[in-house]
Design a protein around this ligand. Structure first.
Ligand code: C2E
Ligand code: CA
Ligand code: CA
Ligand code: CA
Length: 275
């Protein structure tokens, strides 16, 4: 990968040794990056399914590497999770997202992705409360996105954590719904406000009528459980129209808006233009 292309350890023959060395370099760089705050949040807009009413943004993490430039999360989040560095990094994300969202128009929310490692931290609830307090962001404007894979272990502790967050007024969304083995089993056990239908479904909507039928039933199930539904990865007008006719509540995807740095958010530019 691009991050590893240094050649420093090429004297090792063993692939494993090389990988270990690369990992330790990357871990060191990541630790330094956290100290020096070499990260940036990009924001992708979320719209009502009319495709025009802006509801909020999802925060997506980028590493602005000093020599390699912008790095996507799949390059460094897995390692950050394995090494525990996701804990300080995740705190930075949470605090930064709340601080930035506090300056947006009041009707807009911010969605923050949580890692399983963060969800297992004893001080997560306190930290969320602190981020809201310091930023002045109202709890209902913060949405935390978690994936079902996080729910499989230590159910009691996670139920408590999600219950406390929910009681604070923070919204909880189940991310990547439908991609795991047992999505259904978690629906009624945890206080979800929203389901996010994974792009794997969205990409076959309006192409494969069986997928439309599955999505239709997911949406109706979610609605009967008082949950909203967001469909991710909208790339075509056909997908948008199909989802609207299936009564999906919210849409997100490249066709509607790519993730952009905070200073490029359109609602800001408009409010600046207005005076
Ligand atoms: P995710 O939470 O499922 O985020 C959606 C991903 O799909 C984002 O990739 C987004 O840029 C991309 N995407 C959005 N619309 C479209 C579309 O129309 N077409 C296609 N092909 N892709 C689309 P990104 O930013 O690379 O993030 C990847 C994953 O990294 C995220 O998946 C999330 O699991 C993780 N991640 C990102 N930021 C954070 C963070 O702050 N904390 C944690 N723990 N994980 C994060
Ligand atoms: Ca997400
Ligand atoms: Ca997702
Ligand atoms: Ca994903």
């Amino acid at each position: 990968s691009k991050l590893f292309g240094r050649g420093i350890f090429s004297f090792y023959d063993e692939k494993l040794d090389k990988e270990l060395a690369e990992r330790s370099i990357l871990t060191g760089e990541l630790r330094k990056a956290i100290d020096e705050e070499q990260f940036k949040l990009f924001y992708q807009p979320q719209f009502a399914s009319d495709g025009t009413t802006l509801k909020g943004y999802e925060a997506l993490l980028r590493w602005v590497h000093p020599t390699l430039g912008l790095q996507m999360p799949d390059k460094f989040i897995p390692l950050a999770e394995e090494t525990g560095l996701i804990v300080p990094l995740g705190k930075w994300v949470l605090h930064t997202a709340c601080a930035q969202a506090a300056s947006w128009p009041e009707e807009l929310s911010v969605a923050v992705n949580l890692s399983a490692v963060q969800l297992r931290q004893q001080d997560l609830v306190e930290d969320v409360a602190r981020a809201l307090d310091v930023s002045g962001l109202s709890a209902y404007r913060l949405e935390l996105e978690i994936t079902e894979s996080m729910l499989m272990s230590n159910t009691t502790q996670i139920t408590q954590t999600l219950g406390r967050l929910s009681a604070m007024g923070v919204r909880i969304a189940m991310d990547d719904f439908g991609t795991g083995y047992s999505s259904m089993a978690y629906l009624w056990r945890f206080p979800f406000d929203k389901l996010k239908i994974d792009r794997a479904f969205t990409e076959s909507i309006a192409v494969d009528s069986k997928v439309d039928a599955v999505v239709k039933s997911i949406i109706s199930l979610a609605h009967s459980l008082q949950m909203q539904v967001n469909a991710e990865g909208i790339e075509t007008m056909d997908q948008l129209e199909a989802l609207r006719s299936l009564e999906c509540d919210e849409v997100q995807g490249y066709m509607l808006g790519r993730p952009v740095p905070e200073d490029q958010l359109v609602h800001k530019r408009e409010s600046k233009d207005a005076g």
